[in-house]
Design a protein around this ligand. Sequence first.
Ligand code: ADP
Ligand code: MG
Length: 251
Amino acid sequence: MSILSVQNVNKSFGGLKALNDVNLEIEAGTVHAIIGPNGAGKSTLLNCFVGRLDPDTGTVTFDGKSLLGIDPHEINQTGVSRVFQTPEIFGDLTLLENVMIPAFAKRDGSFTMNAWGSVSGQQDIYTKAIDMLADVSLDSKANDMAGQLSRGDKRRLELAMCLVQEPKLLLLDEPTAGMARADTNNTIDLMKRIAERGVTMVVIEHDMHVVFSLADRISVLAQGTVIAEGLPQDIKGDPRVQEAYLGGAHL
Ligand code: ADP
Ligand code: MG
């Protein structure tokens, strides 16, 4: 069953058609990779899923409800979490605080910490945040300032900030960008564990090692158009995909 349905989405920036009649069905419980050359429209598409951009036309439906026109700040209430291409963390807060904030936001619908909130409720969130940091192997740094982390650790922290909201659908824009191979492999393992819990994932990724380690299905975007969609083994051999990737250099 499809949990995210994207139909006839178009998006232009001035004269540039960034998305050209995009249709996409994401099956619940799968990892769906979106690949394509730089400038293909991948990030634009993801931004249309989370209220950062409004498509010119088309529909985006999650779990039977439209995601269009939704306030980005309310997106976490819907069961959708996202990791953007550039980590969005609070550099001058500790790792623990960074993970507790989205946990509060999910529970209370805002970032404001209620000073009169029940101690047991807050203890709950503290415990959850620590567990989540352990999950991404950052618990030993819980009280460090997030701004001091390496790029790989920042991405893992961002993942923890998403996971603490217990999303049904996790959207990741190039989660391993800029990571060393060891960090990339740790992130692949982490994403596999997340997938095993039944979280549906849409992963934009240009590292084919990551894509073929994780994806159940792959959609290929080129110049705003979905040029191929299918199982990893089919996509690997698809001549249109090879061509979009400059003679297969990246596959
Ligand atoms: P990808 O993530 O696949 O590399 P993007 O979605 O970032 O591609 O960009 C698709 C195209 O849209 C590119 O040509 C890019 O320059 C353009 N674009 C993206 N965002 C904007 C914007 N806010 N304003 C104008 N052009 C944009
Ligand atoms: Mg992008």
